[in-house]
Every structure is written in structure tokens, then in C-alpha cells.
Design a protein. Structure first.
Length: 278
């Protein structure tokens, strides 16, 4: 691997936490925002595809994986707090405008970032944001997301996963072939450790968050709603369509499903470059 493509591991102190982040490549900054219980690992494959063209920044959101809390988490304002963390992270890595790609719950957080700090951003790609506000049956979806958290707190992860899976559609991702590597086992262990935050306050925060559409429509940055070509009919895909409608645009279709940046990394990276540079 050439020195320009080596991965640099850094930490950033923010109020109440230490953010773990990774930097690869060179060129304009492209920040990759994970959703749900995911961390920087979610973008490992696509980061390698993008690093020859961008300075790719991936990170673990506060309270997840390697971004440890050292103070209380404001659970009712997770979207706002996580977005402000990204604002601080961008300020630490560049003085220029950056691009951002955001997935799932991260795509909701990216809307808060774009509404509050558009001056830091050139283009934001919000890929399949699962926000009830973006859906025609918002009240039902919000109530079911709250039911997920209630089930987790009273009955454990099994019932919560069942309700959540029924809500979002699509089923679990296929299991990798062969024996898991030590790296894969470490990734799985971190994800298991993130479930308390995800099925607890995180799901509730995403369910209750209301994007500021006036600010988004007036933002100086470009906001792209994105969906997967294999996730039609699923909740998050419909969220991407709903975002495009609220912005008065057409959703851009990316390869794969909700996690297409992992399953179709090369094709997804090519599409993302086309969108960012078009």
C-alpha cells in the first residue's frame, strides 16, 4: 500500500466523549457517516475504492465502539449531539468545504448537520434515511419504532429485533462465507456492544426527530436524496423517496440495497464519485 493510502487513526476530544476516526487517501475531504449501531468499519471496503480520489474520513459516533463517553449522553437530543460532533470533526480535519455520504440513521443526522452547518459542506448524500417524518404513515412508523425500544428494555434483544426487522423489511444481510477472520470477529463484538445504545435511545431519537425543511431548502450546500436499487418497498428506501419529495428533487439510485456500499463497493464508489463530481 502506498503511503498516500495508508490509514491514519486519530481521536478528537469533544464535550462528553472522545471520537475515534480514520483518515485515508488525499484530495478533497469526503466524510462517511454510519447509521444505527455501525461504526467506521461499515465503510472499510468502499473507503479503499475512494481513497485514491478523496481524503476519506470515517468515524465511530459517540458512545459506539471506540468513541468512548466520558460524560452523560443527552439521550433526547442524540441527532443534534451527533451532528454537532461531526461539525467539530470536520473543523478538525479541514478548513475547506467537505462532501459527506451518510447511511441510514446517519443520513438523518446528516440532515441536521446540513441544516445547522451548511457552510462546512459542498454536497451531502443522504442514503435511505429511516425518518418517520419522511413517510406517509409517519405516526404508525414512529409508534412502532418506540415499540422496538420498549420491547428491548422489557423483553430483551430477541423481541426487539423481530419488531424492528418486520418494520424495516429486507431481512438480515447474508452471512459471510467461510470462517470469520479475527478482524471480522472483532467487528462483530463491537456491534454487539453497541446494541444498548442503538435499541435504546438511538432508535427513539431517530423516531422523534423532525428535520428542519425550511433550513434544508435554504441551505447553501447541495443535498442529494439517495436510495438503493435493490431495496424498493423497504422503509428506508421510502424515506429516501420522501426526502427527495420534500426537497423537490429526484432520488438518485445507487447499486445494491440498504448496505450497497458494502456489498457493491466498487460500483457504489463509482456512482458516488459521479454524483459528487457531476
Amino acid at each position: 500500500m502506498s503511503p498516500s493510502l495508508a490509514t491514519k487513526i486519530e481521536t478528537l476530544k469533544v464535550p462528553g466523549a472522545n471520537l475515534y476516526y480514520e483518515v485515508r487517501g488525499s484530495g478533497p475531504v469526503l466524510l462517511m457517516m454510519p447509521g444505527g449501531p455501525a461504526d467506521a468499519t461499515a465503510f472499510r471496503s468502499i473507503a479503499g475504492q475512494l481513497a485514491p480520489h478523496y481524503t476519506v474520513v470515517t468515524y465511530d459516533p459517540r458512545g459506539l465502539s471506540r468513541s468512548k463517553l466520558d460524560g452523560p449522553l443527552d439521550e433526547e437530543r442524540i441527532v443534534e449531539v451527533f451532528a454537532h460532533d461531526v461539525h467539530r470533526l470536520l473543523a478538525a480535519v479541514t478548513h475547506e468545504k467537505a462532501d459527506a455520504f451518510a447511511s441510514s440513521g446517519g443520513a438523518v443526522i446528516a440532515l441536521e448537520l446540513a441544516a445547522r452547518h451548511p457552510e462546512q459542506l459542498s454536497t451531502v448524500v443522504s442514503h435511505e434515511p429511516p425518518s418517520p417524518t419522511l413517510l406517509p404513515d409517519a405516526a404508525r412508523v414512529r409508534a412502532t419504532m418506540e415499540e422496538v425500544t420498549a420491547a428491548y428494555r422489557t423483553a430483551g434483544i430477541g423481541p426487539a429485533v423481530q419488531i424492528f426487522s418486520d418494520l424495516i423489511g429486507g431481512g438480515p444481510p447474508p452471512a459471510p462465507e467461510g470462517e470469520p477472520t479475527p478482524e471480522m470477529l472483532a467487528d462483530m463484538m463491537r456491534m454487539q456492544g453497541n446494541m444498548d445504545l442503538f435499541f435504546g435511545p438511538y432508535v427513539l431519537a431517530i423516531a422523534r426527530y423532525e428535520p428542519d425543511f425550511a433550513a434544508l431548502n435554504a441551505a447553501s450546500c447541495r443535498i442529494i436524496a439517495a436510495v438503493g436499487d435493490k431495496s424498493r418497498g423497504q422503509l428506508a428506501h421510502n424515506g429516501g423517496l420522501g426526502l427527495a419529495k420534500r426537497l423537490g428533487t429526484q432520488a438518485v439510485v445507487f447499486p445494491g440495497d440498504h448496505g450497497g456500499f458494502q456489498s457493491h463497493a466498487a460500483e457504489f464508489a463509482a456512482k458516488l464519485r459521479e454524483v459528487l463530481e457531476g
